[in-house]
Design a protein around this ligand. Structure first.
Ligand code: ADP
Ligand code: ZN
Ligand code: ZN
Length: 731
């Protein structure tokens, strides 16, 4: 008689950050056993000749048919670090984006945890005086270090409270530390509460919105806070968050990349009375992992963060707010192509909590959802406080002589605003000196050697730079084709506009703000704070469309609208309308009435006409009708395959194969392509795309589910870099 078959050993099924849509089996390290409570823990495993960190997502008997699984090297966590709602929602995200679960889970973790580092301490930091500081404090001269030393004299103070006490205490702390008068120490991250500061009395529209939110607080619902700039949306969020905190719950606030300003954070801190965590790409890995862990442990209560903050664990969730919900930066454009707003809604539903979507210019998707009754629609149509809406005027520049793209009328209006002691913002969504360098003799223009794009002229004409791949080279002195000397920068970017305005208004300061001058978030804040409320001109790109309040801004001059009026992307009109309204919203935020001037060659263009006569909502209504007739989102659902390779033939072969596999599954899909990408060559790679469109979401996903295994397995897929983008935002 043969012995009874041995029971197969229990293995971990591990999600690994590799581009393969499957799990991998591992036996636990020698001498350890696997159990179902390992699900959600990180493990370090061998993978080929590499070592990877993955997450256990299942346990089960090993497959007797398969070769024996390898042993994992180590278990990295005593218990799960991804669990409950977050783990479930991430499973959903992997299904929705059709991405490998291992890559999705890796995206959700802060970088240091992804690398396998241990969970960090979640203590807070405080400052206290040393003995030398206690005795030496009296001898310090009046100034910031002295002020800080006096504040610390009674005992340690948490950094969070120092933020509230006075601005720029950090440089004072460094000065004290240098003299060994003060030191930093770790303190328990208890939610040390300061007295919340009351806000202004809500005006009636705000009251209605807050009441609706509070009435909805016990379950999932989506509420669109649709309010003009300055109508007090942030006040509405603050009331909802305060209520959430009072019930002992956590609140997550998502803001766009450029919307997270120190001003916003300070306002939240002062009003809420608990530490408010910030999470954005400018932070170090350590800081990000600490915030993540503090939320996982339920110690942290409020976070204001950009896109990836949507992955924070929220064991005591009470509320999610997405400010400027229409903003494009919520969509990740590479790796796992998720939309933070949409994922936040999925999480809100799973958590059973309200999700607030706020904007002065809601996305057409959200407006459609509100119309269809899926979202509550809360409107704030009045500006709060004393601010008045700006007047908007179109300036027809046809046949007018232009100087760096500015018309005489525009220059005159700028002059008047300055004479009246106001500040002027000149908005142009193109940085650099000029977008093209052209030979007037033969028509040659400077092209990037690695992209299908002209090089932008920088440094007053001395340098050429590609905005797509970053390539740089000096501008030639003579035309490389004909040897002529008639090389001329064509058109105007912010640099050239700055030059012209400086020459024209020599007695006022002109400050240029774009990614060339201001790489970092705080650099922008410092520059604007230094500029202050003095008479002067700001020239900038969309970095200036949001953020820092400019109370003395009386004129917003918009140049270069026309480039956005005739784009092939069906979302271009929506983006342009949102940008115009957002920029215009910067004028007249305080006591002084603002004016907006739009300079265009197409004063009769329907987009401008509708926007001016009826505002954003009239535009949105007309645009939704167009989208419905054309069968575009939100009335259809799309996905995009993209392929890149050295050889165009490889791209084409891959996308043709993908198209065939999608045809094989006989789904009601429209397939467009393979077609060259809008920029057919970038950084030396040939690029093509295949667009899928379906009337309903379910058929789109069913077709992808059915076709993807064969696409992954194909030989063609190994000869290109390819990606799938569900709900693509840039076509
Ligand atoms: P939004 O987020 O809609 O742009 P904010 O909430 O930032 O608007 O409010 C704009 C300005 O109006 C802020 O300075 C804010 O303090 C002020 N404000 C908001 N609500 C009120 C109110 N009910 N009474 C007085 N001032 C208010
Ligand atoms: Zn030439
Ligand atoms: Zn390039």
């Amino acid at each position: 008689m043969p012995d009874a078959l041995p029971t197969p050993p229990i293995v971990w099924r591990v999600a690994l950050p590799v581009p393969l849509p499957r799990l991998f089996d591992y036996r636990p390290p020698v001498g350890e056993t696997a159990g179902s409570d390992d699900v959600g823990s990180r493990v370090r495993v061998p993978f080929g000749s590499r070592e990877l960190v993955g997450i256990v997502v299942e346990t089960g008997p090993s497959d007797p048919e398969a070769p024996e699984a390898r042993h994992a090297f180590a278990r990295l966590d005593p218990g799960p670090i991804l669990e409950g709602e977050l783990l479930d929602s991430l499973h959903w995200l992997a299904r929705y984006t059709h991405a490998p679960l291992g890559e999705v889970l890796a995206t959700a973790l802060p970088a240091s945890l992804r690398r396998g580092e241990p969970l960090p301490d979640t203590h807070a930091w405080a400052w206290r005086l040393t003995e030398a500081g206690q005795t030496g404090r009296e001898r310090l001269r009046a100034g910031r270090p002295r002020r800080l030393a006096d504040l610390l004299a009674p005992g340690p103070v948490e950094e969070d409270r120092l933020d509230l006490a006075f601005e720029d205490w950090r440089s004072a702390a460094r000065a004290l530390a240098k003299r060994e008068f003060a030191e930093r120490l770790a303190v328990p991250a208890a939610a040390h509460v300061v007295e919340p500061r009351p806000g202004p009395d809500l005006h009636p529209e705000q009251r209605v919105a807050v009441d609706a939110i509070l009435a909805a607080r016990d379950g999932f619902s989506a509420l669109l806070v649709d309010g003009v700039t300055g109508s007090g949306k942030t006040e509405v969020y603050l009331h909802a968050i305060a209520d959430c905190l009072a019930r002992g719950k956590q609140a997550l606030v998502l803001v766009p990349e450029i919307g997270l300003t120190p001003q916003t954070l300070a306002r939240f801190r002062a009003r809420l009375g608990v530490p408010v965590h910030a999470l954005h790409s400018g932070l170090g890995d350590g800081e990000r992992a600490r915030t993540w862990t503090a939320f996982a442990r339920g110690e942290a209560r409020v976070v204001v963060g950009t896109r990836s903050a949507v992955f924070l664990p929220l064991p005591d969730a009470g509320l999610i707010v997405i400010d400027e919900e229409h903003d494009g930066s919520f969509k990740q454009l590479d790796g796992i192509r998720y939309h933070a707003r949409d994922f936040a809604l999925v999480r809100g539903k799973a958590l059973g909590i309200p999700v607030l979507l706020g904007s002065a210019t809601p996305s057409l998707e959200s407006l459609r959802n509100a119309q269809a009754g899926r979202y509550a629609h809360l409107r704030l149509q009045q500006r709060a406080g004393a601010a008045q809406p700006p007047t908007v005027r179109v300036c027809d520049v046809r046949k007018r002589p232009l100087e760096a793209g500015l018309s005489p009328d525009m220059l005159e209006t700028i002059g008047h605003a300055l004479e009246a002691d106001g500040q002027v913002l000149v908005f142009k969504n193109r940085r650099g000196y000029a977008p093209v360098l052209l030979c007037h003799d033969c028509g040659w223009s400077a092209q990037c050697q690695r992209c299908d794009a002209p090089m932008t002229v920088h440094a007053g004409g001395r340098r050429l730079q590609c905005h797509h791949c970053g390539a740089r080279r000096p501008a030639p002195d003579a035309c490389p084709d004909c040897g002529g000397l008639a090389l001329q920068p064509q058109g105007a970017g912010t640099e050239r506009i700055e030059e012209v305005l400086t020459a024209r208004f020599p007695d006022v300061p002109v400050l240029r703000i774009d990614r060339g001058t201001t790489q970092r978030r705080d650099a922008l804040e410092h520059a604007l704070a230094k500029f202050g409320t003095q008479r002067g001109i700001l020239v900038g790109t969309q970095m200036l469309a949001k953020g820092h309040d400019l109370p003395n801004l009386t004129l917003v001059a918009v140049v270069g609208v026309d480039e956005g009026l005739f784009s092939a992307d069906f979302r271009a009109p929506e983006k342009l309308a949102q940008l115009l309204i957002q920029v215009a919203g910067r004028a007249g935020r305080a006591q002084r009435k603002g004016e907006v001037l739009l300079q265009t060659h197409h004063p009769g263009h329907p987009l401008l006409a509708t926007l001016l006569a009826g505002g954003y909502h009239a535009f949105a209504e007309a645009e939704l009708e167009q989208r419905e007739m054309a069968g575009f989102p939100p009335f259809a659902h799309m996905a995009m395959f993209r392929a890149e390779a050295q050889q165009i033939a490889a791209c084409e072969a891959f996308l043709r194969m993908a198209r065939e596999r999608l045809r094989d599954v006989h789904a009601p899909l429209d397939l467009h392509g393979p077609l060259p990408a809008p920029m057919p060559r970038r950084a030396g790679f040939q690029r093509m795309q295949l667009l899928l469109s379906a009337a309903d979401r379910r058929s789109l996903h069913a077709a992808l589910d059915a076709a993807l295994p064969a696409i992954y397995a194909s030989a063609e897929s190994r000869k290109v870099r390819w990606s799938l983008d569900v709900d693509p935002m840039d076509l």
